[in-house]
Design a protein around this ligand. Structure first.
Ligand SMILES: Nc1ncnc2c1ncn2[C@@H]1O[C@H](COP(=O)(O)OP(=O)(O)OP(=O)(O)O)[C@@H](O)[C@H]1O
Ligand SMILES: [Mg+2]
Length: 234
């Protein structure tokens, strides 16, 4: 089964010190699909992404990327395997310009010129602001910059943590249209969100995470009612 998925978690467990946070997570992202991991705060969504990106070790279970078991792999090794995490808060450098932020992605071997060309074609707004400090961009533009930098490394598995945070619904909708487009181009994507509305219309699968476990997994239409229950139950 793992060979059929860009990402698979089997009974994955993780802890901060003695506090168990992931308590047996099973989840799969089929190749080229867009999967959402949803659920109320504190459920362990960001922790799951940290584990997948190699930033936090597992205490049990297995993580497979493209069918290969990667437990214990370092973040840079996972990055070389195409795993790319855009963390909560976007991970861009506010005191550097748009160009300088994009330059950070040249370590993957692509030239700045090429990275800029691709980034500004996808996000024309960034092209007009290439000399502006990233911290002075709007929230939506900052998220575009984070995505442009991530895409410049040619990820095969993109992990997005709370892209919608602090953004107006219309901006969130626009950003998710781009995310869906990237998935259509063949990138496998796992997005994490607390509030579901923005993503239910575009994702292929939804997993609901409650207290360190996937309580439900299915097609978005089937998960709408389950989601309300998950939030009311908290
Ligand atoms: N660095 C840390 N040290 C100790 N505990 C942590 C740490 N980070 C998260 N936790 C705890 O782990 C649990 C899961 O946190 P996590 O950030 O994964 O949840 P989440 O589902 O992403 O929540 P949110 O929707 O609010 O972002 C929480 O109880 C949190 O307090
Ligand atoms: Mg989180």
């Amino acid at each position: 089964m793992s060979a059929a998925s860009a990402l698979e978690l089997r009974d994955v467990r993780a802890a901060y010190g003695t506090i168990n946070v992931l308590r047996g997570v099973d989840l799969a992202v089929p190749y080229g699909s867009l999967v959402a991991l949803l659920g109320p705060n504190g459920g362990g969504k960001s922790t799951a992404l940290r584990v997948i990106a190699g930033q936090l070790p597992t205490t049990g279970g297995d993580v497979f990327v493209a069918g290969r078991r990667v437990n214990g792999a370092a973040p840079d090794e996972l990055a070389r395997r195409g795993v790319c995490l855009i963390p909560e808060g976007k991970g861009i450098f506010p005191n550097l310009t748009v160009r300088e932020n994009l330059w950070m992605a040249t370590h993957s071997g692509t030239s700045l010129m090429e990275i800029e060309e691709i980034a500004y074609a996808r996000f024309p707004q960034l092209g007009q602001r290439r000399r502006q400090l990233a911290g002075r961009l709007s929230g939506g533009e900052q998220q575009m910059l984070a995505m442009a930098r991530a895409l410049a490394t040619n990820p095969s598995l993109l992990l997005l943590d709370e892209l919608s945070m602090g953004l107006a619904p219309i901006v969130v909708e626009q950003l998710y249209e781009i995310v869906a487009q990237v998935a259509n181009e063949g990138v496998s994507i796992l997005v994490v969100e607390q509030f579901a509305r923005a993503v239910l219309g575009i994702v292929d699968w939804v997993g609901i995470m409650l207290r360190g476990r996937i309580s439900n997994f299915g097609a978005p239409a089937a998960m709408e009612a389950e989601l309300s229950t998950a939030y009311l139950g908290e």
